[in-house]
Design a protein around this ligand. Structure first.
Ligand SMILES: *[C@@H]1O[C@H](CO)[C@@H](O)[C@H](O)[C@H]1NC(C)=O
Ligand SMILES: *[C@@H]1O[C@H](CO)[C@@H](O)[C@H](O)[C@H]1NC(C)=O
Ligand SMILES: *[C@@H]1O[C@H](CO)[C@@H](O)[C@H](O)[C@H]1NC(C)=O
Ligand SMILES: *[C@@H]1O[C@H](CO)[C@@H](O)[C@H](O)[C@H]1NC(C)=O
Ligand SMILES: *[C@@H]1O[C@H](CO)[C@@H](O)[C@H](O)[C@H]1NC(C)=O
Ligand SMILES: [Zn+2]
Length: 457
């Protein structure tokens, strides 16, 4: 049976739905309650960011056979609560920790894509979609796959393209670490630091290739300078999939007003993050302060630039009354109370995201019609500094200037004279690096440690 059709009838079925019952009790007597549910039945939410896949790895090692996806404990997202929350589409992040950068981030990302793919194809309530039309037309809960952080593609455009083929339709350029080509809003990692080229030439190639593919550029987690550079060159609208208003809470993950104006010019979207630390900055957050973010952004750039990117299961604390994905109607109800119109809210709920996604697809189609070919740009190796990255050459290959430079700054690295020699010695160096940084032995510990430092972003 199909979730979206059931949305309307759901709240007659109170006996089986405790979450909803709770919500009804909380808001009884409020005349707008019915219309929040009614509106969301008509316009089910498309949410921009959710980290359930990360929790499936941390709690269940991605073993879906051990999990009832309808009712998962210790998380904020499952099928029952998505249904109660009137969620009609969810962008699921295939996120891997920054600590995996220049190690096995690509494998880990593939495994996260696999678990999202399995989740959304093995359950009849969910449907994996890869187009705006598929997202809009399904009567199930649509799943879209996103990548959270350019470290997932190891500075490789062919890898980006193959992720697109696996169904990935958006990518955040960074998470909490810089990549060799884009800058993060966070400074908790000191890797790939830069002064003024916050988006390098290769980073620009990346944005162009995402435009050509029809992959949405996500600027959440990027530094403002990187975001501005992207907004200068992107031929398609971009999104902040889970960021809030800096004027209301001055966290570096949030978006300042001038950047909001540039975003509006680009036709893009900010999907408001509900994490307490980003909406209230300090202290206990509540629905009222979340609504302040929406109202502020509307004042600066209008409701057409706004969506919702809950960040459930990606952050540790959420406002009172918005603790999990079943609670979205309470937020819509608050905005109705503040006289947001049905038109504005239908945009916030889904039409604005659908418009952006459609525009991204149109740019892809324009470039296809023009015959734009896949980019063969490659990252400048001097920027990567990764001993685990092999440069495959014929055994008789003469070392280039670039390779000499690369090895010069990194004593112990082998100049690629022969493929065999290079692989062997580089692998040794690579293993050494993994061990030095707490690799295989304590990886679970390292994972959890990184999880707690990274996840609040
Ligand atoms: C969800 O699972 C918990 C145990 O993990 C159980 O107590 C509860 O009854 C379940 N809820 C539903 C609606 O199935
Ligand atoms: C970066 O800025 C410095 C000082 O402002 C300048 O000398 C340098 O040329 C700049 N580099 C690039 C790549 O723009
Ligand atoms: C944020 O605002 C508070 C006061 O509201 C101020 O103390 C703090 O320095 C500001 N932080 C930043 C990063 O601007
Ligand atoms: C919500 O939180 C804000 C900021 O923390 C506070 O000023 C306000 O009084 C709270 N409102 C309600 C209704 O609790
Ligand atoms: C989504 O579907 C609705 C109803 O079928 C249609 O009216 C609307 O134009 C579609 N929107 C997009 C962006 O495809
Ligand atoms: Zn995030």
């Amino acid at each position: 049976m199909i979730s979206r059709i059931l949305h309307g009838g759901d709240f007659l079925n109170l006996g089986t739905n405790l979450m909803l019952c709770f919500l009804c009790g909380m808001t009884s007597g409020d005349p707008t309650t019915g219309s929040a549910f009614g509106l969301m039945t008509k316009y089910p939410l498309i949410d921009g960011h959710n980290d359930l896949a990360l929790m499936l790895r941390i709690l269940h090692d991605n073993r879906l056979s051990q999990v009832d996806l309808h009712n998962i404990s210790k998380v904020a997202t499952d099928i029952n609560r998505l249904t109660t929350g009137h969620v009609g589409g969810q962008v699921f992040a295939a996120y891997v920790l920054c600590g995996a950068q220049a190690k096995d981030a690509v494998r880990l990302t593939l495994e996260q894509i696999d678990v999202i793919n399995r989740m959304c194809t093995e359950n009849p309530e969910l449907e994996l979609v890869t187009s705006a039309e598929g997202l809009n037309d399904t009567k199930r809960i649509a799943c879209l796959i996103s990548i959270e952080g350019g470290h997932s593609i190891d500075s490789s455009l062919p890898t980006l393209r193959m992720f697109y083929q696996l169904g990935v339709r958006s990518m955040a350029l960074t998470h909490t670490c810089n990549t060799p080509w884009a800058e993060s809003s966070s400074t908790i990692y000191d890797v790939y630091q830069r002064e003024n080229d916050s988006l390098t030439d290769f980073g620009k190639d990346m944005v162009k290739e995402m435009n050509r593919l029809g992959m949405i550029v996500d600027l959440s987690h990027s530094s403002w300078a990187t975001a501005r550079a992207v907004l200068q060159i992107s031929k398609a609208p971009v999104i902040f999939s889970h960021s809030s208003a800096h004027a209301v809470c001055n966290h570096s993950r949030n978006v300042p007003d001038d950047l909001l104006r540039e975003l509006k010019e680009n036709g893009g979207l900010i999907m408001v993050n509900l994490h307490s630390g980003f909406v209230a900055c300090h202290g206990q957050a509540n629905i009222s302060i979340v609504a302040d973010h929406f109202t502020h952004i509307r004042k600066v750039v209008g409701s057409e630039s706004i969506g919702i990117g809950g960040d459930f299961d990606g952050a540790s604390k959420f406002p009172l009354g918005l603790e999990d994905v079943s609670k979205y109607p309470a937020l819509i109800q608050e905005l109705m109370k503040r006289h947001w119109t049905d038109y504005e809210l239908s945009g916030v709920l889904r039409h604005n995201f659908l418009r952006v996604f459609k525009e991204v697809e149109k740019e892809r189609d324009r470039q296809k019609a023009k015959g734009t070919l896949p980019s063969e740009a490659q990252i400048d190796l001097t920027r990567v500094q990764n001993p685990c990255r092999l440069v495959l050459r014929r055994p008789d290959h003469q070392t280039t200037k670039m390779e000499q430079m690369y090895s010069k700054g990194h004593s112990g690295l082998v100049v690629p004279r022969s493929l065999l020699l290079q692989s062997t010695e580089k692998e040794r160096k690579c293993v050494h690096m993994l061990l030095c940084s707490g690799g295989p032995v304590s990886s679970l510990h390292a994972y959890n440690k990184d999880f707690w430092t990274e996840i609040a972003d």
